[in-house]
Every structure is written in structure tokens, then in C-alpha cells.
Design a protein around this ligand. Structure first.
Ligand code: NAG
Ligand code: NAG
Ligand code: NAG
Ligand code: NAG
Ligand code: NAG
Ligand code: NAG
Ligand code: NAG
Ligand code: NAG
Ligand code: NAG
Length: 543
């Protein structure tokens, strides 16, 4: 550790004397964080959002074959009379909620992972084709995928337990002491390459120190680069998707409206299905400005899709103060003060700093009316429309039939979910004419019927909608309603939250739960089900 720190200090010292203006090539040489100029592909990297990309479709086709074999094995283990042909595509989502959601969500995954313990649901994770996360859930998914999909136990013992003991944002903390100089250099390199950084840059870089491995907090990891990890190339893992919300800052908006544009960020593509955008760019070419699909000045960029920046994009809340002059405001919290230091000596915060910014690839693009004259896209935390579960991507992928939804939102005063996030998604989906979302009752019904304190299934009886297997955070073994603002966890707290998450994922060992999950998955296939599924449906299915 000592030599690591001193070599960082040397590295930093050697870079401080460099001139301010550097070409992007020099920026690249200085730090793997800097975007680089690259020849443009022969075809436009931008396309209309009419279906998933052929790259994704090909991954999914191969993944589904493997996932369904694992799903069949789990179903047979659960009940040897379950039919195992024509199995549906199944996915899982983890909500926002900071470290609370990361850790609870990790426990849920552990409960479902055949490699990591033995619950009645162990093996289901191997049967998933998609996995999505937003905010704290995006931290979890990025940590898993960026480390090539190890077990939760391995991430916990080799990375998180130690990393989370120290708040990265503590100005006197040891982690910041290690990372400070080298991150300053990364951010200066991005700036020198012509991309003006914002608060999301140091924020994402610091988070990456806790979530990724490799030099300088996994600085070389990119979202597109996940496609090179061995478990991805062998289609051994679900396809990962992060979400974020667009804000139309050019028309004076500073927080999104309740139907704000839903962006998705994944290894192959970045963009939105929503009206007003309706387009995607290949993730590897993020950083490229394009007009009507053609790269501006014939110039393309890569390496803008840094994984730490992507997970920071999905979780940045700096706009919540929503003011045009941040220097006058409550933004002067310790966190913001700390992060502002990375933007250069004496940097005065401006509104733009409150967003994760992306050079806009959708300028003047047919149909991209809401962003067509913005030079940059401004993105914020995926939960800012009070739809804290990343379900949106699956309302646009009709081949997905069953979705596990692990909701670790802090809706109640004691930081537990009350169903309102799910209800909001249902309402906005309905008003947008999206038909894959099952009917969700209002939060008052969740609370009065206890649907938010035990697993509940939605959409069992509607063949044309998703079935949602709703897994709300609940204090089975530990008081897991930890504040989203808590940034530091002892090993004991980390372990206890994960262990409680295992209970959330397995309904605390309830003897009939696995059987009933199997029944709910198979209900979508239309095959003949064992008669005991009837009592499952009456216990767990809301509709
Ligand atoms: C897992 O638990 C079940 C039920 O308790 C048991 O039958 C099975 O042998 C266990 N499997 C392993 C691999 O430990
Ligand atoms: C990923 O690959 C490693 C090494 O081959 C393997 O041990 C691990 O179980 C894989 N992960 C998954 C989710 O299959
Ligand atoms: C949100 O709703 C408004 C009013 O109905 C509509 O004009 C706008 O296009 C919607 N935005 C999105 C992203 O769907
Ligand atoms: C395109 O070139 C013009 C003229 O050199 C320059 O002002 C502009 O910033 C360039 N735009 C991009 C996105 O590179
Ligand atoms: C902010 O930083 C100061 C100085 O390091 C520290 O004394 C104070 O406790 C911090 N406040 C919070 C809320 O962390
Ligand atoms: C385009 O920009 C102009 C100002 O330059 C603004 O008034 C207009 O609302 C913008 N259009 C859209 C669709 O955002
Ligand atoms: C659920 O939580 C939301 C967000 O905090 C709150 O506005 C709503 O009143 C709560 N609903 C109930 C029924 O308590
Ligand atoms: C869970 O919360 C309830 C209500 O606050 C409390 O009575 C119970 O002791 C808690 N259980 C645990 C394990 O913290
Ligand atoms: C298992 O869950 C069902 C449905 O919530 C419930 O009726 C039953 O009492 C639970 N069984 C145990 C042993 O907790």
C-alpha cells in the first residue's frame, strides 16, 4: 500500500509541470480517462430506435439458450413435475438507493446465484438474460460486470468490505489521499482532450475506486469494454443495462418532469426509446457529436464511455438544488466542495457542472425533436422521476416476459419502499401508450395490503404484459432501512445488509416461495402447471 501511494505521488508530481493545452493524443498518453479521436465508422454510429441493435439481438439469442438451460435445471430441482420447454426470457432489476440498495441488491443476487450459497432460489441468476440497475443499483451492476461477474461473496471480501469502511468523500480519508492526485490528472486529461468535465467526473472516478479493480480505480474500464470480458464473450451472464434521465437544460429545465426522457446505457448502445429522442448511438462512439446522424466535422471519439462515468451518470443528483447559480446555494455541501476541487483551482461552479454531460449525437436527427438543437445532453440520476426501478428498458423489449424487481427505495420515513415508484412507472407507461407494464395499484393499496413488505407478483394473469416478481427491501434479519445519505459502512454493517438482502431474495427461507416463483415464471409459457400452482397464485399474485 505504501509503495502504491508513493508511486502515485511521483506520477502526479511529474504531471503537474505540464502545459495546460494538450492535444487529445497527449491527453490519452497522460491518462486512460481521456476520450480519444478515432476514424469514424463507414456507416453512421447513430440509428433510429425501432428495435434492439443487431449486436444486442445476437447476444440475447445466444444468451437465452444458455439461460433457459439453467432455468430448466432450477425448475426441475424445485419441482420435478414442472414443464421445461419454451421457457421465457427472464431478467432482474435493482433500484436506486445508494449503498443501501447496492448491498441489499447484492444479497438478493447472492440468494439467486448457484455459485454462492444454497437457498431454494439458488440457480435462478444463471437463468437470467437481462440485468438492469439504476443509481445504487447501477453501482452494483457496474461492480459486478466491471469485475467480470465474480460472486457477491468474492466482491464483498476482496473489495467492498474494506472500500466502504472509508467514505471516499471524506477530505481527511485515506482513500482520497491515495486517489486525489491521480484523479486530478485524469480530469485534467479529459479537459485537455477538449471535453470540459463536470462534477460527475470526479464523482464517478471516486466511486470507481470502491467498485472497480485495476490501476487508478479501474480507470481503463469502459462500458463498451465489458463486451471483452470473458464471461460476456461466452454469453455466461445477463446483458447489463444502466438507466439515467435527460433534462432539457437549454429550455431552462433543471430537474426532469415526471415523464422525463429515459436513457439507457449498455455495452452496445446509448440512447432513448422515448418520443423526442427515439435514437441510439453505439456506445463505443460516445463522445462524438453528430448532426442528422453524421459526425460533426467528420470527427469521431471513443473512450468517453468510461465505466465510472457511466455509473456516475446513473447516480448524479447534483441538479437537485435546481438553481442557476450554484455558487449561491446549498450545493456547498462537503461532497460538492470536495468534488469542485477536482475541476481546477478556484473553479466557480456553473449550472452545467450539475449534470453528466455527453456531446449530443442526436442533433438534427429525425424525430429527436426535444434534443435536436442541444450541443450536449444533460443527464441525471435514473431515479429522479420517482421511478426508482429500471423497468423502462423492458417495456420496449417485448421478448422479456418475467422481471424480478428488487426495490430498495426510501419512500417511507424509515427508508423502505411503499410501492409508489412502481405505481409511477405504471402511470407514465400508461400515458405513453406502453402496454407491457402490468396494472400496478397505488401505494395506498401496497401499504394497506402489505404488498411492500413481502414478495408480490404483478401481471400473472395478463399474457401480454410482463410478470413482475416484486422483491421489496424489508428488515428480515437487520434494520436495512439505512439512509441513502450514509456513505461509510463498517464490515459488520456491509455483511449484515448483504445477509438481509439474501433474506429479501429468498423471502427469508419461506418454504413455498421457490415453488411459487417457478409457477409464476411458467405461467407465461402457457404450459400445463402442477395443481399446487393455484394456491401460489392466490397467495402471491396481485393480478
Ligand atoms: C442445498 O440445500 C438443499 C435443501 O436444504 C439440500 O437438499 C442440498 O443438498 C443442498 N445442496 C448443496 C449443494 O449443498
Ligand atoms: C465468469 O468466469 C469465471 C472464470 O471462468 C467463472 O469462474 C465465473 O463463475 C464466471 N461467472 C459467471 C457468472 O458465470
Ligand atoms: C411528457 O409529457 C408532455 C405532455 O404530455 C409531452 O409533451 C412530452 O413529450 C412528454 N415527454 C416525454 C419524454 O415523453
Ligand atoms: C467543428 O469545427 C469547427 C471549426 O473548426 C469548430 O469550431 C467546432 O468546435 C467543431 N465541432 C466539433 C464538435 O468538433
Ligand atoms: C464537513 O467537513 C468538515 C471539515 O472536514 C467536517 O468537520 C464536518 O464534519 C463535515 N460535515 C459533514 C456533514 O460531513
Ligand atoms: C431550440 O433553440 C431555441 C433557442 O436557440 C429555443 O428557443 C427552442 O425552444 C429550441 N427548440 C427545442 C425543441 O428545444
Ligand atoms: C409513499 O412514499 C411517497 C414518497 O415518499 C409518499 O409521497 C407517499 O405519500 C407514500 N405513500 C403512502 C401510502 O404512505
Ligand atoms: C423490523 O422493523 C419492525 C418495525 O419497526 C421491528 O419491530 C422489528 O424488530 C424489526 N426487525 C429487525 C430484524 O430489525
Ligand atoms: C410463506 O409465504 C406465504 C405467502 O406470503 C405465507 O402465507 C406463509 O405463511 C409463509 N410461510 C411461512 C412459514 O412463513
Amino acid at each position: 500500500m505504501k509503495s502504491f501511494v508513493s508511486s502515485l505521488a511521483l506520477f502526479a508530481a511529474s504531471t503537474f509541470a505540464l502545459p495546460q493545452q494538450l492535444s487529445s493524443l497527449e491527453g490519452r498518453a497522460l491518462s486512460p480517462y481521456a476520450p480519444v479521436t478515432t476514424p469514424c465508422p463507414s456507416n453512421s454510429p447513430v440509428r433510429k430506435a425501432n428495435d434492439v441493435s443487431s449486436a444486442e439481438s445476437s447476444y440475447i439469442q445466444q444468451r437465452q439458450t444458455k439461460a433457459n438451460a439453467a432455468l430448466a435445471a432450477w425448475l426441475t430441482k424445485t419441482d420435478s413435475t414442472f414443464p421445461t420447454t419454451n421457457l421465457p426470457i427472464v431478467g432482474i432489476t435493482t433500484s436506486g438507493g445508494g449503498y443501501r440498495s447496492l448491498l441489499t441488491g447484492a444479497g438478493v443476487l447472492q440468494a439467486l446465484d448457484a455459485r454462492d450459497g444454497n437457498t431454494s432460489l439458488s440457480g435462478l441468476y444463471q437463468g437470467f438474460t437481462y440485468q438492469a440497475g439504476l443509481s445504487g443499483g447501477a453501482w452494483l451492476l457496474s461492480s459486478i460486470s466491471g469485475n467480470n461477474w465474480p460472486t457477491i461473496t468474492s466482491l464483498k471480501t476482496n473489495l467492498w468490505e474494506t472500500a466502504f469502511e472509508e467514505s471516499l468523500f471524506d477530505p481527511d480519508g485515506a482513500l482520497l489521499a491515495v486517489a486525489d492526485a491521480v484523479i486530478t490528472n485524469d480530469i485534467a486529461a479529459k479537459s485537455a482532450a477538449g471535453f470540459n468535465p463536470t462534477l460527475t467526473d470526479p464523482y464517478g472516478r471516486l466511486l470507481a475506486y470502491q467498485l472497480l479493480s485495476g490501476n487508478d480505480g479501474g480507470v481503463s474500464d469502459t462500458l463498451h469494454g465489458l463486451t471483452s470480458n470473458s464471461n460476456f464473450t461466452s454469453q455466461a451472464v445477463p446483458y447489463p443495462i444502466l438507466t439515467s434521465i435527460g433534462v432539457n437544460t437549454d429550455v431552462g429545465q433543471c430537474t426532469p418532469s415526471s415523464n422525463g426522457t429515459q436513457y439507457e446505457l449498455h455495452p452496445y448502445e446509448f440512447g432513448s426509446w422515448d418520443s423526442g429522442v427515439g435514437a441510439f448511438i453505439q456506445t463505443q462512439y460516445l463522445g462524438t457529436s453528430a448532426s442528422n446522424g453524421s459526425p460533426v466535422n467528420g470527427t469521431c471519439h471513443t473512450n468517453y464511455d468510461n465505466l465510472g462515468y457511466a455509473l456516475g451518470t446513473s447516480s448524479n443528483l447534483f441538479n437537485e438544488v435546481c438553481i442557476s447559480d450554484p455558487t449561491l446555494s446549498g450545493l456547498s455541501s462537503n461532497l460538492t466542495t470536495e468534488l469542485t476541487n477536482f475541476l481546477g483551482a478556484g473553479h466557480q461552479l456553473v449550472t452545467r457542472d450539475e449534470y453528466a454531460v455527453y456531446p449530443n449525437p442526436f442533433q438534427n436527427y429525425p424525430g429527436a425533436t426535444s434534443v435536436s438543437n442541444q450541443t450536449e445532453l444533460s443527464l441525471v440520476d435514473g431515479g429522479e422521476t420517482d421511478q426508482n426501478n429500471p423497468i423502462w428498458p423492458f417495456l420496449h423489449r417485448p421478448n422479456v416476459a418475467v422481471l424480478f424487481v428488487n426495490d430498495n427505495s426510501a419512500d417511507t420515513s424509515d427508508n423502505y419502499p411503499n410501492g409508489s415508484e412502481l405505481y409511477n412507472t405504471y402511470q407514465i407507461a400508461k400515458s405513453d401508450g406502453l402496454t407491457r407494464m402490468p396494472v400496478i395499484p397505488p401505494d395506498t393499496t401496497f401499504v394497506s395490503q402489505g404488498l411492500n413488505i413481502r414478495p408480490t407478483f404483478f401481471g400473472c394473469n395478463t399474457q401480454n404484459t410482463l410478470t413482475l416478481i416484486y422483491l421489496p427491501n424489508h428488515n428480515y434479519t437487520y434494520d436495512s432501512g439505512v439512509s441513502t445519505a450514509k456513505l461509510q459502512y463498517s464490515k459488520t454493517e456491509t455483511d449484515a445488509l448483504i445477509a438481509n438482502g439474501v433474506a429479501v431474495g429468498s423471502y427469508n427461507g419461506n418454504g413455498t416461495f421457490a415453488e411459487c416463483v417457478g409457477c409464476a415464471i411458467l405461467k407465461k409459457t402457457g404450459g400445463t402447471l402442477p395443481s399446487k400452482c393455484q394456491s401460489c397464485f392466490s397467495s402471491y399474485c396481485y393480478n
